[in-house]
Design a protein around this ligand. Structure first.
Ligand code: F1P
Length: 395
């Protein structure tokens, strides 16, 4: 039996959630112009975040989650693809904000190496899936049920099988028409961060999250034109995405967006790991993307300087850049939010989404619907993905 809480869609009673995207090189939502859906979904995020967090504040099911799972010392975040990267960032938040042990795993790890995953301590499994349909996540949910381990699910689609397998399901209304996850990624992450704030009764963190969407909107408005111009004037052969701590999961999401939306080659590292061998790939046609943290700011700036001196092209995402970061960045995105680091993870994802979108468009692709991909991976009994699309030419 699953207790489902469904949050309201921001479009209800407020007209279209998507701002006019025509100024940013694409068309109105609903048109078939390449990338139109993704662009509108990316640009609508702050509005979705606001609605999602406001609804969560009053959510009955969130209270039930707190009552049922709030004392648990250990949390296990589980997902596939982008949802696994949500899991990585959510686990980092749960550790820092709620002081609980937390781990993130791809669902396949639980299926193939359960002995490495199951712990003797009671823990809460959190099953993350936009579609609520992904075979590996459903299989993981079944295994948890067989072991009588109560679970929490978070999804963007209601009425899916995942709901019937999880003990409590929170549904966030941030689904997309596009294949690729953008606002569902950031909205599910925010919902889990809000939960991490509620568990220890950290009212300050919850209120920081609630204030973030309105504070960040002006910075987000400026992004599409800047990133589109950067993409138009540069050509890259490969992309390297770097982040530490809670930013590592975001760097993984940057790498995946670039692969999916622009069919480009990308790699992801914990920032300082990049010196230990991978830096040999740096050329001017390598875009090195630095998600600068506050914790590691100086050490990450040392790396940024070093990679710039090796001839790499750099994109830097920071809350506030100092003169050093400014000098070493070919493209600098500053959010300038008066909020702590863990309340600003969701907006840090947006530059990567736009970079991937505009790169795909420049290559003549349709980032809404990348080749070979479907919105979720549903495996047949023989383990194959029968919905995998046939090859299409790449520019
Ligand atoms: C989502 C996902 C996506 C990915 C791909 C396949 O699964 O893994 O991250 O872009 O299209 O599906 P889910 O969140 O629905 O389980």
């Amino acid at each position: 039996m699953s207790d489902v809480t469904e949050l309201k869609d921001p479009r209800d009673g407020r007209g279209s959630a998507a701002p006019d995207s025509s100024d940013h090189g694409s068309s109105e939502p609903g048109s078939s112009k390449p990338g139109a859906h993704s662009l509108s979904e990316i640009l609508s995020q702050a509005q979705y975040w606001e609605t999602c967090l406001t609804e969560l504040t009053h959510s009955k099911a969130l209270k039930e989650v707190e009552a049922r799972f709030g004392q648990s010392p250990e949390w296990l975040f589980i997902g596939c693809g982008s949802s696994y990267y949500v899991a990585l960032a959510a686990a980092a938040t749960m550790k820092s904000i709620a002081g609980r042990r937390a781990l993130a795993i791809p669902a396949s790890e639980l299926l193939l190496y359960p002995e490495l995953v199951f712990s003797a301590t009671p823990y809460v499994p959190v099953l993350i899936s936009r579609s609520g349909q992904t075979s590996e996540v459903l299989k993981a949910a079944e295994i948890l049920r067989e072991r009588n381990i109560p679970s929490l699910a978070i999804s963007c689609a209601k009425g899916q099988v995942l709901e019937t397998l999880a003990t409590i399901t929170v549904t966030v209304p941030a689904d997309e028409q596009s294949t690729v996850m953008t606002r569902s990624f950031t909205s599910m992450l925010l919902a889990l961060q809000f939960l991490a704030g509620r568990i220890p009764g950290n009212a300050r963190y919850c209120s920081d999250l609630l204030s973030m969407p309105a504070l960040v909107q002006p910075a987000l408005n400026a992004l599409p034109d800047r990133i589109r111009d950067f993409v138009a004037t540069h050509t890259f052969t490969n992309y390297v995405c770097l982040g530490q701590g809670p930013f590592y999961g975001l760097a993984c999401e940057y790498g995946l967006k670039v692969m999916e939306m622009s069919i480009s080659s990308s790699q992801v590292f914990h920032s300082l790991e990049f010196r230990h061998g991978p830096k040999s790939v740096v050329t001017p046609s390598t875009l090195l993307i630095f998600l600068l943290s506050e914790h590691g700011y100086d050490a990450e700036c040392d790396l940024l300087d070093e990679m710039k001196s090796l001839g790499g092209t750099t994109m830097v995402i920071a809350n506030q850049a100092n003169a050093r970061a400014r000098a070493a960045a070919d493209l600098l995105i500053e959010l300038q939010l008066p909020l702590p680091e863990l309340a600003r993870l969701a907006p840090c994802v947006v530059p990567g989404q736009l970079l991937a979108l505009y790169t795909g468009l420049k290559k003549g692709l349709n980032p809404d619907s990348p080749r070979f991909l479907s919105r979720s991976v549903i495996l047949e009994d023989d383990g194959s993905d029968k919905r995998s699309k046939k090859p299409e030419p790449v520019a």
